[in-house]
Design a protein around this ligand. Structure first.
Ligand code: G3P
Length: 217
């Protein structure tokens, strides 16, 4: 399973990259706004900076919701860097646009996916990635990981090539569960990635080893 970081914060991207386990980055308009990035020029520059920092795919989301607007915006984003993936919402014109991008060899990430039916449509349109938002599903009292498992099963049976990118990750347990049920990618906040490191027995064990090591020096 690939690890993407779900942020537009450059320091956090750098920290995950320095850990040596980062395979890509996802952003969205809310994450860009959180970093105070304003204006088209600044937004484009920010995506370029992220692409220079990491080796993997970088998802950049369109704002347009009509077919022509999505295509125009997506073309501009894709022209920024070969590793830009155009993030398109799961709406009717979005599906049409994903099909167009697929035919024109532009990679896509179909976002705001909350059902297996939406995931089937994204795959039929040829999306490179499909992004089910598992944390937001859990927030509503359903089971986000169950949706990942259902989509993985359908894609496997049908031979769809679209990669399942589990998004809206809220905890290290989400990452583990997504790995168990066959997500291809998990896009995570830095805290959830770092949370995977933690175990009290590791800390206790290390303290004891370091203490005993003093007896050998
Ligand atoms: O990038 C999309 C997704 O990961 C958003 O997560 O935490 O806003 O539900 P969240």
């Amino acid at each position: 399973m690939k690890f993407f970081i779900d942020t537009a914060n450059l320091a956090q991207i750098q920290e995950a990259h320095d850990l040596g386990i980062l395979d890509g980055v996802t952003t969205n308009p809310s994450l860009m706004a959180k970093e105070g990035i304003r204006g088209e020029e600044a937004i484009m520059k920010h995506y370029e900076t992220i692409c220079e920092m990491v080796k993997g795919d970088v998802s950049a989301e369109v704002i347009a919701t009509d077919f022509d607007g999505i295509i125009a915006e997506g073309k501009k984003l894709a022209a920024l860097h070969p590793r830009i993936v155009v993030k398109v919402p799961m709406i009717k014109d979005g599906v049409k646009a994903i099909k167009w991008f697929t035919e024109n060899k532009i990679k896509t990430n179909c976002t705001l996916v909350f059902s297996a039916g939406q995931a089937i449509l994204a795959a039929k349109a040829g999306a490179t990635y499909v992004s089910p938002f598992i944390g937001r599903i859990d927030d509503g009292g359903w089971d986000g990981v169950e949706l990942i498992a259902q989509i993985a099963n359908i894609y496997n049976i049908q031979g769809f090539k679209t990669e399942i990118l589990a998004a809206s990750i809220r905890s290290p347990l989400h990452i583990i569960k997504c790995a168990e049920v066959g997500a291809d990618v998990c896009t995570c906040p830095l805290d959830s990635i770092l949370g995977l490191l933690k175990h009290p027995l590791t800390d206790i064990g290390l303290a004891k080893f370091l203490e005993d090591a003093k007896k050998t020096r």
